[in-house]
Design a binder for this molecule. Structure first.
Ligand SMILES: NC(=O)C1=CN([C@@H]2O[C@H](COP(=O)(O)OP(=O)(O)OC[C@H]3O[C@@H](n4cnc5c(N)ncnc54)[C@H](OP(=O)(O)O)[C@@H]3O)[C@@H](O)[C@H]2O)C=CC1
Ligand SMILES: CC(=O)C(=O)O
Ligand SMILES: [Mg+2]
Length: 759
């Protein structure tokens, strides 16, 4: 196969990728434990008879007792494998396995590939129709036109689950989204656009139909196939689907058709578009060369011919990937979740608009990271979101589900769409579900949060996301130039951001007064205080908070944690009677563990250890977890004996006493114990007297050495996501990020502070 020079893998690597380990790309994993005889009895005979009878009595019970409702079949006969042509059912298997994997990765839809070895349309229809009971939906793939039209139509009529030919409708939805945005960027009105479509197969016909439905005039569209322009009256190589798009034109070749055209839409074959024809297109032409794996024209060739063009391909190694992977996982997610009987026009148009809109919003960092740090913002090189954009999972299924309900094809209603969007977010990323309560709390009661280091780009990105997410009002500390920075980052209304600095803040005299009163007996002269307020953004930002101009504060990106804490301590005390300390939260797929104190107290006293347990338990509850506290040590209940255990034992005794006195110790705790005893139920069994009813989810660490080391090791080497460090116990909600924090991590800390979770 010919590959473009810049693809960074060889054919051998592609084969190795598929053959290494288990051959292929998918496997099936049981969703229920199969460990014991009892499990077997329940899962298989005799237990399985019960759901069998329930489904026989009421077929809709299949959605409750089997995987049907989340299972999609990816079905092909291999007659149009990508742009490679008819290579047969078996050869299509790598593509179909690939589509199944994409369903799972992007939208948590379980999918299985089925290759049907026939080109006989009736046999194919019969085969698929009979598979209906197994699946929640059918995704037809890489079936050549015109058979695909007959097959899809017949199956849609016969089956009561969604049947969707991805190459037709998935492609059409994404193409429409890309075209809407490309026209927007080049100041074109869809109804005036002159469009040339190359290809008259599954993808081309469906794209053209949807684009016409969106407002492009039929008179302005010319479609071409291998024989050239499909014009009214042409006789050779025609069928009813091509005839429907035959143009009233004198143009006979693709070259003729392209003269003055605004848009080229290629859904045909590699190399079909010559650079010299592109030169004839209108100003700022839009070129979607979507054949896979090799496009109709390579982006470098298209760019060389037309530097003013917007260029898209179906591939992930160039900007603007217009590929149905952006659609099918999320469209099925929404359709399955409302048990839609079909995927109708309303649902497709809702998906197209949702995707188009998403591209116009600020791009989150996860996306930039997934694409090697290439930053995106809406423009000619970024007309459509990238498949790794986690927001697709939140917005597209919700739009599709809503459209299904509105158009009457949903069998189950989702009434709480904001709640559904949260569920969708949590479905992919356990970290976001842990944070759901925090995000909800912040959004319900938006607070003013000081972003003290707003001249840093990462901080500004976080502030923009914080504002756009509706989590609160960022209060930026920085020079006037920050507004230009905001503008350069795509913010259209930088004036709407509140910006403070000591040069023009009317609060400075009051800040100096208040801080001097606090520090005058701690070795500071008034002029020291003046200098601090005027020059140090942490002091200035903290004073905004102290004086009530904001509700919370975020800093830490420009100075070390210890240095930042020293500065904050000049302004803030601990909350009276509380210990200030840090918490890291480790989020795995099946567990969440809070670890404290990971940042502040080098050798916590027994009273501090007890406080850390009580306060961390409160934070865990605020994040939806019932606390079980383990006081960690290298030693478990006195073995081995050592000199370092007294503090821990005294802390446990203090909690016993506080509990006996009814003083807020309403959670399980135990210690001292080693981490395996705290976390591993099997090891735990050796200590039947332990008061923990299950694995601990709060680990109170014996000292800063072990705590900070553990947190950092887990962040660098562990497989889990790590949230934090959160700072709790200060007089005001202040969060100190680590210097390497990403914008998403900063947003999380701001949300934890604003939502009152970390306080
Ligand atoms: N980026 C994306 O998301 C997607 C891209 N595609 C790509 O679109 C292409 C077509 O796929 P699909 O519609 O499923 O396949 P079909 O087999 O249904 O259709 C192929 C069409 O392309 C036409 N064609 C082939 N070669 C040429 C050429 N040199 N000049 C003009 N027309 C040509 C054929 O013409 P004729 O009718 O005369 O035989 C036919 O109409 C493939 O390259 C595929 O990879 C498809 C789906 C999604
Ligand atoms: C992307 C796709 O489905 C195709 O090229 O056929
Ligand atoms: Mg395909």
């Amino acid at each position: 196969m010919t590959m473009a020079d810049d693809i960074e893998f060889s054919d051998r690597e592609a084969l190795l990728f598929h053959s290494q380990g288990r051959p292929g790309k998918i496997e099936i994993i049981a969703s229920k434990p199969m460990a014991t005889q009892r499990d077997l009895s329940l899962a298989y005979s005799p237990g399985v008879a019960v759901p069998v009878q329930a489904i026989a009595d009421d077929p809709s019970a299949a959605y409750d007792y089997t995987a049907k409702g989340n299972l999609v079949a990816v079905i092909s006969n291999g007659t149009a494998i990508l742009g490679m042509g008819n290579l047969g059912a078996l050869a299509s298997k790598p593509v179909m396995e690939g589509k199944a994997v994409l369903f799972k990765r992007f939208a948590d839809v379980d999918a299985i590939d089925i290759e049907v070895d026939t080109e006989d349309v009736d046999k194919f229809i019969e085969c698929v129709a009979l598979l209906g009971p197994s699946f929640g939906g059918i995704n037809l793939e890489d079936i050549a036109a015109p058979s695909c039209f007959i097959i899809e139509q017949a199956l849609r009529e016969r089956m009561n689950i969604p049947v969707f030919h991805d190459d037709q409708h998935g492609t059409a939805i994404i193409t429409a989204a890309g075209l809407i945005n490309a026209c927007h960027l080049t100041g074109r009105d869809l109804k005036d656009v002159k469009l040339v479509v190359n290809g008259a197969g599954a993808a081309a016909i469906a794209c053209t139909e949807l684009i016409k439905a969106l407002g492009v005039s039929g008179d302005n569209v010319i479609m071409c196939d291998r024989e050239g322009v499909i014009y009214k009256g042409r006789e050779g190589g025609m069928d009813q689907w091509k005839s429907a798009h035959a143009a009233d034109t004198d143009a006979r070749t693709l070259e003729d058709a392209l003269d003055g055209a605004d848009v080229f839409l290629g859904l045909s074959a590699a190399g079909a578009l010559k650079p010299e024809w592109v030169i004839k297109m209108a100003k700022a032409p839009i070129i979607f060369a979507m054949a896979n794996p090799d496009p109709e024209i390579t982006p470098p060739d298209a760019r060389a011919a037309r530097p003013d063009a917007i260029i898209a391909t179906g591939r992930s190694d160039f900007p603007n990937q217009v590929n149905n992977v952006l659609g099918f996982p999320f469209i099925f997610r929404g359709a399955l979740d409302v048990r839609a009987t079909t995927i109708n026009e309303e649902m497709k148009i809702a998906a197209a608009h949702a995707i188009a809109q998403l591209a116009r919003q600020q791009v989150p960092e996860e996306v930039a990271r997934a694409y090697g740090g290439r930053a995106h913002s809406f423009g000619p090189e970024y007309i459509i979101p990238a498949p790794f954009d986690p927001r697709l999972m939140e917005v597209v299924p919700a739009a599709v589900a809503q459209a299904a309900m509105d158009s009457g094809v949903a069998q189950r209603d989702i009434l709480d769409i904001p709640g559904y969007r949260q569920v969708l977010k949590g479905r992919l990323n356990p970290t976001t579900s842990v944070l759901t309560l925090a995000y909800d709390a912040a959004r319900a009661n938006p607070k003013r949060v000081v972003f003290a280091e707003a001249e840093e780009e990462v901080v500004l990105r976080a502030a923009i996301q914080f504002k756009q997410g509706g989590y609160g009002i960022p209060v930026l500390v920085g020079r006037e130039g920050v507004r230009d920075q905001l503008k350069a980052m795509g913010v259209t209304d930088p004036e709407s951001f509140e910006l403070h600095n000591s040069v023009n803040s009317p609060l400075v005299p009051q800040m100096v007064e208040t801080l001097y009163e606090r520090l005058q007996r701690r070795g500071y002269l008034r002029r020291d205080v003046e200098r601090m307020v005027n020059r140090d953004r942490n002091i200035f930002g903290a004073m905004l908070l102290k004086l009530g101009a904001a509700d919370a504060m975020l800093t830490g990106v420009t100075r070390t944690y210890a240095q930042t804490m020293r500065e904050l301590r000049r302004v803030f005390d601990n909350d009276p009677d509380r210990t200030a300390f840090g918490i890291h939260v480790l989020v795995g797929r099946s567990h969440t563990v809070f670890m404290a104190d990971t940042t502040v107290n080098e050798r916590p006293s027994p009273a501090q250890l007890a406080d850390i347990a009580v306060e961390t338990a409160k934070v865990a509850r605020r994040m939806g977890h019932e606390p079980r506290v383990a006081f960690l040590s290298y030693s478990t209940f006195g073995n081995p004996a050592g000199n370092w255990l007294e503090n821990i034992r005294a802390a446990v005794a203090l909690l016993d006493a506080r509990g006996a006195a009814g003083d807020g110790v309403d959670f399980e705790y135990e210690g001292e114990m080693a981490p395996d005893v705290a976390l591993n139920p099997t090891v735990m069994k050796s200590y039947p007297f332990s008061r923990l009813s299950g694995p601990a989810n709060i680990l109170v660490m014996p000292g800063l050495q072990s705590a900070n080391l553990s947190a950092k090791l887990l962040r660098e080497l562990g497989g889990d996501a790590v949230i934090g460090p959160m700072l709790v116990g200060m007089e005001k909600p202040v969060q100190v990020a680590t210097m390497a924090s990403s914008a998403s991590e900063l947003v999380t800390l701001a949300v934890l502070a604003a939502g009152g979770i970390a306080r």
